[in-house]
Design a protein. Structure first.
Length: 185
């Protein structure tokens, strides 16, 4: 495992723990020798996770569609920015570069990226772990919805288990790395 794609909000949210945990995830990636692949933003949780990586001496790769962000929103300290034509190419490029996916708290864009990665895992389009960093219970409603989908017969329990969830960045990365090892066997 070399790179983790992190989906995250371009906003910080209302709780300081969101940004603090995003930065801690960035630092933990560097401690493990992993590179960050993300949406290239400098604001919100996107900026916090990138700052955590960069301030720890790690590598962050930003992937951004042409014209999506004004130039001042793109992180200026990235050594590598990949510019693509559109959001579909952005997701495909991030998917290609990454060995696993983690979703931090975020809005519609984060949700959409997360659910696509999860659906692709379910369909076996990829065999890359998908994780949620459940900061202050942010993802609890999604976890409840997943449980409801299992109970009502729309998602199998095996597929629900594809979603790895932890509150602590180090524990989440431990579980993601273990899932990747099992998948290689």
């Amino acid at each position: 495992m070399n790179r983790i794609c992190v989906y995250a909000g371009a906003r910080s949210g209302v709780l300081p723990a969101y940004e603090q945990t995003a930065a801690e995830l960035g630092r933990e990636l560097v401690r493990r020798g992993l590179e960050l692949v993300y949406g290239a933003g400098s604001t919100g949780l996107m900026g916090a996770v990138a700052d955590g990586v960069l301030e720890s001496g790690g590598t962050a790769i930003g992937v951004v569609p042409k014209g999506l962000f004004p130039p001042e929103v793109i992180h200026t300290r990235l050594k590598r920015i990949i510019e693509v034509e559109n959001m579909h190419q952005r997701k495909a490029t991030m998917h290609e570069l990454a060995d696993a996916f983690i979703a931090l708290p975020g809005g519609f864009g984060t949700w959409e990226e997360l659910t696509e990665a999860l659906c692709w895992s379910q369909l076996r389009i990829h065999r890359k772990p998908v994780g949620l960093l459940n900061v202050e219970g942010y993802w609890n409603p999604l976890l409840a919805m997943t449980e409801h989908a299992v109970k009502t017969g729309f998602v199998s329990a095996d597929h629900a288990d594809l979603l790895i969830c932890e509150e602590d960045p180090a524990k989440l990365l431990d579980r993601i790395m273990e899932a990747a090892r099992r998948e290689e066997e």
